[in-house]
Design a protein around this ligand. Structure first.
Ligand code: THG
Length: 269
């Protein structure tokens, strides 16, 4: 299970001024705290800075990799911003992840050459020029089309992380089932591919969002999700992921679970 720590994102109120002011200490602490909490990738997103995004993303890459060894996830729709980020990335940390490509024609054509040139992993969002389909079968077709296009371009399935995307569950009772249907379908259709999700969209607009995020994470892992963009500082969520891995046969003899328990990670839960 790959845990992408989501906290370094200028859409969070506390982060934008820190990135604008190039507050090295603040960002580096955020990176270290997430790695200490169990993040295996660190997401960097400066999307709200608009015209300043490429420069800010480059600064975030340099700043974060000076603090932690974890590989990075470049979170931007902009090929210009991603290329600035990847150009200063230290590949000895492991393959970075480009987050993301879609089946929108312009975006696909702009991002694909970067994935190939720099040999990165890539997040494939299930949307095209018609937007995000609400209907599960239609969105699933978009997903298959996108994966087929990536595979035809020579991208290995092992480097593709399909993101099913989701609407908030408050907008319709079938929304959760649609997400699970897409995860299950893609996983069965393309053995060896990966599934990632930014789980928190599901809970938008509802109280005690973390409960819905926690439940959706477990359900999605049950269908084959093997990567998640989450807040690793949510200790209960991280403990649930460890428990779910053990229950799904992904943790031989519960060794990781036991190690985390002995390390005090479940204390007070
Ligand atoms: N899929 C992919 N990438 C993504 C997403 C996705 N990247 C962005 C996002 N979704 C995941 N990242 C975050 C980062 C921070 C928060 C949520 C998702 C967050 N949100 C608080 C909220 O909405 O209440 C904001 C609180 C604040 O302003 O501080 O913290 O789905 N591939």
């Amino acid at each position: 299970m790959l845990i992408v720590g989501e906290r370094i994102n200028t859409s969070r109120k506390a982060i934008e001024p820190a990135v604008r002011d190039r507050d090295v200490e603040f960002i580096q602490k955020l990176a270290k705290d997430q790695v200490d909490a169990g993040a295996t990738y660190i997401d960097v997103n400066a999307g709200t800075l608009v015209s300043g995004e490429p420069e800010a993303l480059e600064w975030l890459v340099k700043t974060v990799q000076a603090a932690v060894d974890a590989p990075l996830c470049f979170d931007s729709p902009s090929a210009v911003a991603i290329e600035r980020a990847v150009a200063v990335y230290d590949f000895s940390r492991g393959k970075p992840m480009i987050n993301s490509i879609t089946a929108e024609k312009d975006r696909f054509d702009a991002i694909l050459p970067l994935v190939k040139k720099y040999n990165t992993k890539v997040v494939a969002l299930c949307m095209d020029d018609t937007g995000i389909q609400q209907d599960a079968e239609k969105r699933y077709e978009v997903a298959k089309n996108l994966v087929n296009q990536l595979a035809a371009a020579g991208i290995a399935l092992d480097d593709i992380y399909v993101d099913p995307l989701t609407f908030p569950i408050g907008t319709g009772s079938d929304v959760g089932l649609a997400m699970l249907r897409i995860i299950e379908g893609i996983k069965n259709e393309y053995p060896g591919i990966h599934i990632i999700a930014g789980i928190s969209n599901i809970s938008q607009g509802l109280p005690i969002r973390k409960l819905l995020n926690q439940a959706m994470t477990v359900l999605s892992m049950g269908k084959g999700m093997d990567a998640a963009i989450i807040d690793p500082m949510d200790r209960y969520l991280m403990a649930l992921i460890a428990s779910t891995r053990a229950l799904l046969g992904q943790d031989d003899f519960c060794m990781d679970y036991i190690t985390l328990s002995r390390g005090g990670k479940f204390e007070g839960l």
